[in-house]
Design a protein around this ligand. Structure first.
Ligand code: PMP
Length: 301
């Protein structure tokens, strides 16, 4: 999907601006953006979402994110009531109005308002929400020090039930895994698929580095195909690091020279330890740092 990503004009400096929400055609702020308790997104998690960043007021990989949003909606039989081009234009306008240059944008499309039964035919119109705000998952020093990660006992959903490729409003497995990590005193979790192969983090994709090669689980393994993951694969190819999409198990992670997570909110973040095994030097390794630096340069280019 090709969507123009025109720089928005007059963005504020980082930290300035006002959270701005577009809700079914109305411009709102945090206090006025409210949805019905009969919305099936709330009652049943019936909907899809996206998370996008803007750097310097310019949306990063908007086209790819919207393509995933529309594909996710199609997979759950949800028809988004506007064309991707219109969604892109409203998103750009929302970022411009917010005045937030370093923004995090959340799109939420729900089945809409219905009755208390789960029949989606009772929901005549999907609800569309676009939130422009900011996000900060970890303090800056974590990107150099690396995350302490544990494997969660909760696997990601089986790929033939609700495909992990669908970015749906059903995030409970990932949230349960995250809570396990919090109880274990870890920064983040590694989630396995139902066969025990390594899948992803609670909101990130995983890469390991061994002998100068990058390895990451393939999308068909049952992961969310991250936009940042795709960007990192491009960056690595450009930088001359071979990349292999292959099934990984925890042994591959424990014995890696380096490991890192990727995600829109997380960007590129090093992993220093997994299940008590120190990864490589126990801090961001040279290839992770190089990929992160190239990523930072790319998002601002
Ligand atoms: N996996 C999951 C489960 C996620 O929620 C996310 C965040 N969207 C990712 C991976 C990373 O995807 P992206 O790089 O597109 O943000």
């Amino acid at each position: 999907m090709t969507v123009s990503t025109k720089p928005t004009t007059a963005p504020g400096a980082q930290g300035t601006g006002t959270p701005t929400i577009w809700l079914d055609g109305k411009w709102c702020d945090r206090s006025t953006a409210t949805v019905s308790v009969y919305d099936h997104g709330l009652l049943y998690g019936d909907g899809v979402f996206e998370g996008i960043r803007a750097y310097g007021g310019k949306l990063f990989r908007l086209g790819q994110h919207l393509e995933r949003l529309y594909d996710s909606a199609k997979a759950i039989w949800l028809s988004i009531p506007m064309a991707p081009e219109e969604m892109a234009a409203i998103t750009e306008e929302a970022v411009r109005r917010s005045g937030i240059a370093e923004a995090y944008i959340r799109h939420v499309i729900t089945r809409g308002v219905g009755d208390l039964g789960l029949d989606p035919r009772k929901c005549p119109k999907p609800s569309v929400v676009i939130i422009v705000d900011t996000i900060k998952l970890w303090p800056e020093q974590v990107y150099e020090a690396g995350l302490n990660v544990v494997t969660a006992g909760t696997p990601i959903p089986q790929r033939e039930s609700l495909s992990p490729r669908v970015k749906s409003l059903n995030y409970l497995a990932h949230i349960l895994a995250k809570i396990e990590g919090i109880h274990a005193g870890a920064d983040e979790v590694l989630m396995l698929d139902s066969a025990g192969s390594v899948a992803e983090g609670s909101g990130q994709n995983l890469f390991v580095v061994k002998g100068g090669r990058l390895r990451t689980p393939p999308p068909y393994a049952g992961i969310l195909k991250g936009v940042t993951r795709d960007v990192v694969i491009e960056i690595a190819a450009h930088a001359g690091y071979p990349v292999e999409e292959s099934i990984l198990n925890r042994y591959d992670v424990y014995t890696a020279d380096e490991a890192f997570f990727t995600g829109t909110a997380s960007e590129v973040v090093a992993i220093r330890q997994v299940d008590g095994r120190v990864i490589g030097s126990g801090k961001a390794g040279p290839i992770t740092r190089d990929i992160r630096a190239r990523f930072q340069a790319l998002v601002r280019s």
